[in-house]
Write a protein that binds this ligand. Structure first.
Ligand code: IPM
Ligand code: MG
Length: 362
């Protein structure tokens, strides 16, 4: 029997629409082969939504997302909307989507692909074999803590305030996701905090230690965030799964992504306690190359694979996509961002065609 899923597509801005087109074509073909079919519905987010509806996350978009089984998002933002007030910025739409769908867990894999090892700015012997999963808390911490704002003091001076806060329950639920993620990988979990300075981090560390007794098969360690930033470029292979708060995870996941040298290849998954999750590439909307058929669609295609694996529980279909990506790289096909000597340069759509051919050949 064919399993049918309702998928919301949020193409967004910049290169978003082009890379989304490729991901949808790939999903259709893989679906046919795996006995899975999709009903796709597009909705507006980011700059595209600001232009059409005057706000970055129109209520109908959130509603459509809530009614679907999973959400695939391409990219948001661009120069055009950069000077708008905060509540009208594309980023605010993305933060609203995360909060609205209660997506507290963000999984960001950073895996070195042998075919792209020389794309890293670090030495081959440092990055070889790197395979890290950053589990970032996504709906709490300093991104959402109250009070926040720019206030005027009694002396008439302005004072900017943000608050880093976590409750035990917020820490526990991301902690459990992280332990379970580590359990499916190499069973090593490193919790990153700033417990030498911050009380919120002390609580974070205490809770991770408490949870550890439920996961005796997972080896838990702790690291201060400044040291973690250093260790990530010194000996990245020491890490398997990292769990950390929203802001630290924002920073460390970019650092981990850059170890691979190809941010255009990296997918992510944002999950809540129940469906739907949001699946999106780690990279941005690249407005400088938008509409020129130069973008790398592979991170969005791999995000579609994460959607199948983590959002829809269709691991076989996910495997097919991931295998196809490795195969086109083995065939020496490259988009501009990962191009190197002797390889064949393809545009966005042609990369999609190559993927589909590989998938059809099985
Ligand atoms: C990310 C981005 C977002 C974040 C921005 C666009 C709000 O940097 O997904 O990492 O800070 O979470
Ligand atoms: Mg970021």
């Amino acid at each position: 029997m064919t399993q049918q899923y309702q998928i919301t597509l949020l193409p967004g801005d910049g290169i978003g629409p082009e890379i989304m087109t490729v991901a949808v074509e790939v999903l259709k073909v893989v679906g046919e082969q795996s006995g899975v079919s999709f009903r796709f519905q597009e909705a507006l987010i980011g700059g595209a939504a600001i232009d059409a509806k005057g706000e970055p996350l129109p209520p109908e978009t959130l509603e459509i997302c809530m009614k679907s089984d999973a959400v695939l998002l391409a990219a948001i933002g661009g120069y055009k909307w950069d000077s708008l007030p905060r509540h009208l910025r594309p980023e605010t739409g993305l933060l609203g989507l995360r909060a609205g769908l209660k997506l507290f867990a963000n999984l960001r894999p950073a895996k070195i692909l042998p075919q792209l090892m020389d794309a890293s700015s670090l030495k081959r012997e440092v990055v070889e074999g790197v395979d890290i999963m950053v589990v970032r808390e996504l709906t709490g911490g300093i991104y959402f803590g109250q009070p926040r704002g720019i206030f005027t003091t009694e002396t008439g001076e302005k004072r900017g305030v943000n608050t880093m806060a976590y409750t035990e329950a917020e820490i526990d639920r991301i902690g459990r996701i992280a332990f379970e993620t580590a359990r499916k990988r190499h069973k090593k979990l490193c919790s990153v905090d700033k417990a030498n300075v911050l009380e919120v981090s002390q609580l974070w560390r205490d809770r991770m230690n408490a949870l550890a007794s439920d996961y005796p098969d997972v080896e838990l360690s702790h690291m201060y965030v400044d040291n973690a930033a250093m260790q990530l470029v010194r000996t990245p292979r020491q890490f398997d799964t990292i769990v950390t708060s929203n802001l630290f995870g924002d920073i460390l996941s970019d650092e981990a992504a850059m170890l691979t040298g190809s941010i255009g290849m990296l997918p992510s998954a944002s999950l809540g306690a129940s469906a739907p999750g949001v699946f999106e590439p780690v990279h941005g909307s690249a407005p400088d190359i938008a509409g020129q058929d130069k973008a790398n669609p592979l991170a969005t295609v791999l995000s579609a694979a994460m959607m199948l694996r983590y959002g829809l529980n269709q691991p076989n279909a996910a495997d097919r996509i991931e295998q196809a990506v490795l195969k086109v790289l083995d065939q020496d096909y490259r988009t501009g961002d990962i191009m190197s000597e002797g390889m064949t340069l393809l545009g966005c759509q042609a990369m999609g065609d190559a993927l589909i051919q590989v998938i059809r050949e099985g």
